[in-house]
Design a protein around this ligand. Structure first.
Ligand SMILES: Nc1ncnc2c1ncn2[C@@H]1O[C@H](COP(=O)(O)OP(=O)(O)O)[C@@H](O)[C@H]1O
Ligand SMILES: [Mg+2]
Length: 620
């Protein structure tokens, strides 16, 4: 909490001084009030002097008005500080989360980050508001009331000295047991958020698999778990109020009893006894409020450490001081020179310390303008491998280079502008088709957008929308079919002239004909772009379908993160057992027969040297 105050409180220091100072003045009036009431009783009511009653009544009224005025100023300061700090913390968190790499985001998890940015910031905000308003008030009122009471009469003050520690002790006992529960409550809230998010975002799948009952059960368990902890805290703290009021009222009885005897003996006035009773209630109520403050601050401190954990997390992927990389402009004449667009040099990656490698010792080189197909079973590391290219993750060992430069030497923005990725899960955000397409280039013209849509085989259904490019897109693109969403995300990647296009299983929802037309359009663009002296396009196509990758210039067969085979379709079919098995399970008999009869095509004279087919799979 202190760390957050140090980081974000500076701007509000003035408010944090003015607010409590105003509160202090209000407390002083509160402390004086019982004394004025005592005077009113003794000099007015006791002496049957109406003028004195009116006089002290007016003094009380004036004190109340002044007190309220200072309170209002304090409230305003508290609101400005807490809301301002809340906004700043939320903004800083959001910005920082955007700088974190996938590895850090995986570690925290999206639901936890959402809870931190909402619930945890709210807790801190509440604590700051209460801090400005109450941190001075209740302790000062408790101590002040006690001192004032002792100043009136030491003998009666003994009752105070017994009651106050008694209540303090009860509070200490209860709070010490409650505080660990408060910390657990936050973690349990995270779990509820996680289940909620999974259940709601996957509502269709849940229904399709008739898993509603299971999901409800899972949610109920998490909610019950949180509720049980909250009930345990509630039970513990439920003893506080009755005990406080019991002690307080016993104390008041004792004061009235002993005080009554002293009044009869002429040692005290009635007004002084009343003042005593007031101070007693003020002190004990203050202790209750101080305990509430302890609860709020405990929760806030748990929240603050969760916020600091995110803010202090250093992004593992940075690009400080990286100079822009000069890009090769490949005119038609130079295409034959095998400029390396993409290369992996013994690249390995694992998702956690001690976890098995998701990508293991991958070495390959793809010349400019060529197409790399990556094929392999589910979980074979295809997505992980391609995510090393735009530096969504950094290779643990080995290196990845784009256009001959190590990706770690690129400015991240330039790298991600040059490398366009179509993720496996098509993600669109609410807005319009245009606002979704212009992510990579906000100034893209309508013509560029339509060209991209044409290539992505999406122009037809966009044309059919009455508003065309301005047709609305709902959150997550749920007003489009899976295939349409995929085509729109492909079009988005094609806007802004990328030089490396990565399609991670992003044509899986397209029918074979559309998939083929899409690949043809991309190849056309690649060849035409290069022939016209424009920016050459190198493509990486990840797929589980042989038909999608078979025409690629180079195919990489992945198996458990390792390269099981590398070469063209024909080469791999004859040399790589795993690839042949995949082909046999997917291609029609005629296609396979044609395959078996086909001779290995000789490379065209002058064509970039196709890498010699290699196969790491035993028996290949
Ligand atoms: N965010 C992640 N955290 C931990 N493990 C992961 C993560 N993403 C993928 N993996 C693991 O890495 C392996 C490769 O996954 P992935 O690259 O997505 O496979 P593919 O795209 O070939 O289906 C799998 O075993 C998967 O369980
Ligand atoms: Mg994948």
């Amino acid at each position: 909490m202190i760390e957050l105050l140090r980081r974000f409180g500076g701007k509000f220091r003035r408010y944090m001084v003015i607010g409590p100072a105003c509160k202090l003045i209000e407390v002083i009036f509160d402390l004086l009030t019982p004394l004025v009431i005592a005077q009113m009783i003794d000099k007015g009511i006791g002496a049957h002097d109406v003028n004195a009653v009116i006089h002290y009544g007016m003094v009380l009224g004036a004190m109340a008005v002044i007190g309220i005025s200072f309170t209002l100023v304090c409230q305003k300061m508290a609101a400005l500080t807490s809301q301002g700090m809340g906004t700043d913390i939320r903004g800083a968190l959001y910005q920082h989360i955007n700088k974190l790499s996938y590895a850090e985001l995986d570690r925290f998890g999206t639901p936890s980050l959402i809870t931190r940015i909402t619930n945890d910031v709210n807790q801190v905000q509440l604590a700051v508001a209460l801090g400005v308003r109450m941190l001075i008030r209740w302790p000062f009122l408790a101590v002040g009331s006690m001192c004032a009471a002792l100043a009136i009469d030491l003998k009666l003050g003994m009752i105070f000295l017994i009651c106050t520690p008694a209540i303090g002790l009860v509070f200490w006992f209860v709070m010490a047991r409650c505080i660990p529960y408060y910390k657990q409550l936050q973690a349990k809230l995270d779990r509820i958020a996680l289940i909620c998010r999974e259940g709601l975002s996957g509502a269709r799948v849940v229904r399709a698999f008739v898993r509603e009952g299971h999901e409800r059960e899972r949610f109920a368990q998490a909610a019950d778990d949180q509720a049980n902890t909250a009930i345990a805290v509630g039970k513990l703290s439920s003893v506080l109020n009755p005990v406080t009021f019991l002690v307080m009222n016993l104390g008041v009885c004792a004061i009235l009893w002993v005080g009554g005897i002293q009044v009869n003996a002429g040692e005290l006035t009635q007004g002084q006894v009343m003042a005593f009773v007031n101070y007693m209630t003020q002190t004990l109520t203050s202790i209750v409020y101080v305990a509430n403050l302890v609860v709020v601050f405990t929760k806030a401190s748990a929240s603050a450490s969760r916020i600091n954990e995110v803010l202090n997390c250093v992004p593992s992927i940075t690009d400080e001081d990286n100079e822009p990389v000069a890009l090769p402009q490949a005119p038609a004449t130079d295409i034959d020179a095998p400029v390396s667009a993409l290369s992996f040099d013994h690249a390995s990656f694992s998702f956690g310390v001690g976890a098995a490698n998701a990508v293991s010792d991958v070495t390959l080189e793809l010349p400019l303008c060529k197409t790399l197909g990556i094929i392999g079973g589910t979980g074979s590391g295809k997505s992980t491998l391609v995510s090393l290219i735009p530096r969504l993750y950094d290779a643990g060992t080995g290196s990845v280079s784009v256009m001959g430069s190590d990706v770690r030497a690129w400015p991240l923005e330039q790298l991600r502008r040059v490398v366009a990725t179509v993720p496996q899960r098509a993600s669109l955000v609410s807005g319009t088709i245009r606002s979704n397409l212009t992510w990579r280039d906000e100034s893209a013209t309508d013509e560029e957008l339509w060209t991209a849509l044409d290539m992505a085989q999406a122009s037809e259904f966009v044309h059919n929308k009455p508003q065309g490019l301005d047709a609305p897109v709902e959150a997550g693109g749920k007003n489009f079919s899976g295939g349409q969403r995929q085509r729109l995300t492909i079009a988005r990647a094609l806007v802004g002239t990328p030089q490396v296009l990565i399609m991670d299983d992003s044509a899986s929802a397209l029918d074979f004909k559309t998939d083929a037309a899409l690949r043809h359009a991309i190849r056309e663009r690649s060849v035409r772009g290069a022939a016209e002296g424009g920016l050459p396009l190198t493509t990486v196509i990840v797929s589980q379908r042989v038909s999608t990758v078979r025409d690629a210039d180079m195919i990489c067969v992945l198996d458990h993160g390792s390269v099981a085979g590398l070469g063209t379709h024909d080469e791999l079919y004859t040399t790589c057992q795993l690839y042949r098995e995949i082909c046999q399970s997917q291609l029609r008999r005629e296609e396979l027969e044609g395959q078996q009869g086909s001779a290995m095509p000789a490379p065209a004279p002058g064509a970039p040297a196709a890498p010699a087919s290699t196969c790491a799979k035993e028996g290949c």
